[in-house]
Design a protein around this ligand. Structure first.
Ligand code: GDP
Length: 455
């Protein structure tokens, strides 16, 4: 596919060691010829996959001293000719280099357009393109490793195997229908049926891996709640291991909701420290209370905090009563000055963990318990297994499995083969949706609009 030549600054804006202006398309080398003076050579003499010293010029005017990488199609990121100009990393100088490139025939690239070309030109499928953005956004090693597996093509390959089992069945049916003497009444060969059943089981595994995949990729939203002064901000700080939330003696100082991400054994935990939830005339505080209720509703996990140095009171229960889920870990804080308290009325809390946020006692244990909680709820360790992290893949695969189960049922019940045609088509179509062989312009726009400029 021949497309026009695009260009963009591919490195973050601002001052830095170097910046890269990238070009992709059939005119890249022609444009380079007009704007680049390599030392002691002509552009036409530059070798493929070489890095070349020289100057970017605009009408004999030196714009910058640069290194230029030449990568000719087809073995490039986009499968097109790609030129990368390493300029000095200043805001203005990089802009000027881009300007010269554009003036000489390139067009400014849309967000994600380089990767979109890699997809349109068949170098990667849609799952790999989606993995590119996940790699860029990856916050923990675990999520990065899932994205890298997907980028490598693990999901694409799995889809291809599943697709093959459906295509094998389709081929068999075609032969039988075209040549009835081959045995139209014979049962579908066992190995074909086995492959379909295996494919269906694999899809089921993939679909059920989504909840875990989503947590690894996006994190688990965790709200720290409890009445004012029990130590919520201090707990947030000890988990963050830095002083981010303001800790004071006056009840209710954490008025705004503070959001932080911490990494617990590779799982991003999105911690929100709520303002003290209490009935009060203070308007600011009331807004906080409402926000807290919302947060509890949207949280995947709640850390409910009690101050063990004081008697449990009504206010503790008022907050406890808002909790509308069993996804709660109880925290008994201030054990450095604790007294005996009665926990028998907190039936929603299965597990209590003793800590002192101030003296940093029990913080590691708290982290471990949070991790165990997340893992038990969602996963056995499955670093080796294929995991999906994208809801688009999940819903397409659910459609595939529905179709596969229909096919298997039709076979098991010995019904005529031509009854399977619609389900076979549905299965193949939904698989093609995952890999992007079938895709709409809207879907592509949606996916690539999440990219960065120059990627
Ligand atoms: P929040 O209102 O629930 O966010 O509570 P803060 O984190 O602001 O803490 C309220 C007060 O309790 C502060 O003076 C903290 O220093 C103190 N505090 C927090 N955790 C502990 C602890 O484990 N032991 C003791 N002795 N004091 C603590």
């Amino acid at each position: 596919m021949l497309l026009d030549t695009i260009a963009a600054i591919s490195t973050p804006r601002g001052e830095g060691g170097i910046s890269i202006v990238r070009m992709s398309g059939q005119d890249s080398l022609n444009i380079l010829e007009k704007i680049f003076k390599p030392k002691n050579k002509k552009v036409s003499e530059l070798k493929n996959y070489s890095i070349n010293y020289g100057h970017i010029i605009d009408n004999e005017h030196i714009i910058d001293e640069v290194l230029v990488s030449i990568m000719k199609a087809p073995n490039t990121y986009t499968r097109e000719d790609i030129i990368e100009i390493n300029c000095h990393g200043g805001y203005l100088v990089t802009e000027k280099v881009l300007e010269v490139v554009l003036k000489n025939g390139a067009r400014i690239a849309e967000i994600g357009e380089f990767t979109k070309r890699a997809f349109l030109n068949g170098r990667i499928d849609l799952t790999q393109a989606e993995a590119v953005i996940d790699v860029i956004h990856g916050k923990t090693e675990k999520s990065l490793s899932l994205s890298l597996n997907q980028l490598r093509g693990d999901l694409r390959d799995k889809i291809a195997t599943i697709k093959k089992s459906v295509l094998d069945l389709a081929a068999h049916i075609n032969v039988v229908l075209d040549y009835p003497e081959e045995g139209i009444d014979d049962p579908v060969p066992e190995n074909l049926v086995d492959n379909l059943k295996k494919a269906s089981a694999e899809i089921k595994d993939l679909v059920s891996s989504y909840d875990k995949g989503k947590i690894i990729k996006d994190g688990i939203k965790t709200a720290i709640i409890g009445k004012p002064n029990v130590g919520k901000s201090s707990i947030l700080n000890s988990l963050l291991r830095e002083d981010r939330a303001i800790v004071t003696h006056i009840p209710g100082t954490t008025r705004d909701i503070i959001e932080e991400v911490i990494n617990i054994n590779g799982i991003p935990l999105l911690l929100v420290d709520t303002a003290g939830i209490r009935n009060t005339d203070d308007i600011v505080e009331n807004i906080g209370v409402e926000k807290s209720k919302e947060l509890i509703n949207s949280a995947d996990l709640i850390l409910y905090v009690i101050d063990t140095s004081r008697e449990i009171d009504e206010e503790d229960f008022r907050i406890y009563d808002i909790i509308n889920t069993d996804k709660v870990i109880g925290i008994l804080n201030k054990i450095d000055i604790k007294q005996n308290i009665d926990l028998s009325k907190f039936s929603k809390v299965e597990k209590w963990i003793e800590i002192s946020a101030l003296s940093k006692i029990g913080i590691d244990n708290l982290e471990n318990e949070i991790y165990k909680y997340i893992m038990n709820e969602n996963v056995e360790d499955s670093s080796q297994k294929l995991v999906i992290t994208n809801v688009r893949h999940k819903s397409a695969l659910e459609k595939t499995n529905e179709a596969l189960l229909n096919i298997i049922e039709t076979i098991d019940m010995g019904m005529p083969m031509d009854l399977m045609a619609v389900d076979i088509k549905d299965a193949l179509d939904s698989l093609s949706e995952v890999t992007g062989e079938i895709s709409s312009e809207d879907l592509l726009d949606h996916i690539f609009s999440n990219f960065c400029v120059g990627k």
